[in-house]
Design a protein around this ligand. Structure first.
Ligand code: APR
Ligand code: PHB
Length: 392
């Protein structure tokens, strides 16, 4: 079957879903093709840290009813180094900005509902196989749905299909440089039915490795620990997870509450980047073009920031026949992405165990940590990057 739309979007993650809502508001037709089932994408557990910019956009899109009720605003973060804990306050260092804790799968549920409420077509279990004609005015996405082959012709293709998608594979290799770091450690993440033991997130270096205390609600905690790349969840029975977290997060006068764990998984850590996100009528956004290690909580926020640029550029093209924002799309996104790459990499090296305890590299880590407490300038650098820079 052959059908058409203005913007063909591959992927119903945060990037594809926000793009569709922004386009629909401007009367620009689009269709989303999503490989997985609705149930699958709505239950995929990922990070849960929203920058102010992201919350503002979800509000602007009229999809924030549940986020406004259930999202938890945080005005500071705890950083810990071998049991010494300090707090970085956001409000006074960033002119009143903050972050909101709200699970990514909840964001995805809300955005899917908002798309469907506005009549936007999302084809679930539609597998995009290849894209043709990106250098013409009418590119096509060939996809498989319900066992049948289809062709979606459009004016533009938005590759919002994540790191493993097909979008990036269709960018000619000679149009970009690729950068990659595979870190020599992974994160074991858990969700547990227990009240958080901290009112704000705790990022901790310990000579046994990194750990992070986050949360989802007043009754659900989200925690992570640094493990080996070849580690498996079978090596981590619940008691061992809690014991290790308790040691790594520990500080005087504080204790970690444990509870039943209902989700446990291991995620590798990677920084990945390409320095061009477009070719002809194909535009990439989100994880399709960049991956940051989760230590800065930037993944979802970067995806949404790309989409702001892409939606404005497409709108300008349809409304004013002006392609200048389309031309500058990659450059406009890249400044923010490089900033987030640097911050995520900085946080990763600061809090993970890589070098032996007491080595030169390790003592530099400690010095960097101590500097946060000594220097308002350093604390401000962390705070403004963490809540997300407004200016770029
Ligand atoms: N055809 C159709 N859909 C596809 C295809 C394909 N060939 N390949 C991938 N997809 C879908 C995936 O199933 C997924 O639902 O594209 C979607 C991409 O969504 P995300 O991976 O969530 O990527 P993005 O929207 O860029 O959001 C980035 O997700 O991975 C996290 O930490 C990351 O928070 C960040 C956010
Ligand atoms: C999370 O809550 O899942 C989370 C929070 C902050 C991070 C990473 C993950 O840096």
């Amino acid at each position: 079957m052959k059908h058409s739309t203005k913007v063909g979007i591959i992927g119903a993650g945060p990037a594809g879903l926000t793009l569709a809502l922004l386009l629909q508001r401007k009367g620009i037709d689009c269709i989303i093709l999503e490989n997985r089932s609705r149930q699958y994408v709505e239950s995929r557990v990922r990070a849960g840290l929203l920058e102010q910019n992201t919350v503002d956009l979800i509000r602007e899109l009229g999809a924030s009813e549940r986020l406004d009720k259930e999202g938890l605003e945080h005005h500071g973060v705890y950083l810990s180094f071998n049991g010494v804990r300090q707090r970085v306050p956001f409000k006074e260092l960033t002119g009143g900005r903050c972050i909101t804790i709200y699970g990514q799968q909840e964001v995805v549920k809300d955005l899917i509902q908002a798309n469907l409420d506005r009549g936007i077509e999302i084809l679930f279990e539609a597998h995009a196989k290849h894209i043709e004609g990106i250098k013409t005015d009418n590119p096509s996405i060939f996809y498989q749905h319900n066992g049948e082959e289809h062709e979606l012709t459009c004016d533009f293709v938005a590759g919002c299909d994540g790191y493993h998608g097909i979008g990036r594979q269709h960018l000619p290799k000679d149009t970009y440089n690729e950068f990659r770091i595979e870190y020599p450690f992974s994160w074991l993440g858990i969700l547990a039915n227990v009240a958080p033991s901290s009112d704000e997130l705790i990022y901790a270096y310990h000579e046994r490795g990194f750990s992070l205390h986050s949360l989802r609600s007043e009754t659900v905690s989200r925690l992570y620990i640094q493990v080996e790349n070849d580690d498996t969840v079978d090596n981590w029975p619940d008691e061992k997870v809690w014991e290790e977290l308790s040691i790594r997060l520990g500080t005087e006068g504080w204790s970690l509450q444990s509870g039943p764990i209902f989700e446990k998984s291991i995620t590798p850590m990677r920084s990945f980047m390409i320095d061009n996100m477009q070719h002809g009528r194909l535009f990439l956004a989100g994880d399709a073009a960049h991956i940051v290690p989760p230590t800065g909580g930037k993944g979802l926020n970067l995806a949404v920031a790309d989409i702001r640029f892409l939606a404005s550029a497409l709108t300008n093209w349809y409304e004013n026949q002006d392609d200048s924002l389309l031309q500058s799309y990659s450059q406009d996104c890249l400044r923010r992405i490089w900033r987030a790459q640097d911050f995520s990499n900085f946080m990763t090296y600061l809090f993970h165990k890589q070098a032996p305890h007491g080595s030169f590299e390790n003592l530099l880590q400690k010095s960097k940590f101590d500097y946060i407490g000594i220097s308002k300038a350093q604390a401000t650098t962390i705070a403004e990057n963490y809540v997300g820079l407004k200016e770029i």
